[in-house]
Design a protein around this ligand. Sequence first.
Ligand code: DGP
Length: 114
Amino acid sequence: MENCIFCKIAAGIIPSSKVFEDDRVFAFRDIHPQAPTHVLIIPKKHYADLAELDLRDQQLMGYLLHVAVKLARGEAIEQKGYRVAINCGPEGGQMVQHIHLHLLGGRELTGELG
Ligand code: DGP
């Protein structure tokens, strides 16, 4: 997508602090980290939000989760715990219109989700 900031990050047009990349996925550090580890994991294919997914995308979304777990291991937050979150839509707190998983850890996260 031409005007999507995360598509541009995945394409290397906008610089980022990359932590992982393969043919389907790109992961990079959040510019405004909410925790010592705050990584964003995105599909390279553009989807504006969760509502754009259909059943054919289940494998991709499962793969994104798999990458999140792998990165949590790499960030050494697996033992103490972490959170994976996806915001959707304005009331869900989604600011960037390209599906992304937040991987948060490295401090005690509150029980509050909203
Ligand atoms: P959300 O509110 O779920 O849409 O989260 C969007 C996140 O993206 C937010 O935590 C800040 C982050 N972000 C926005 N623009 C950039 C950017 O240009 N670079 C990086 N690394 N992160 C960004």
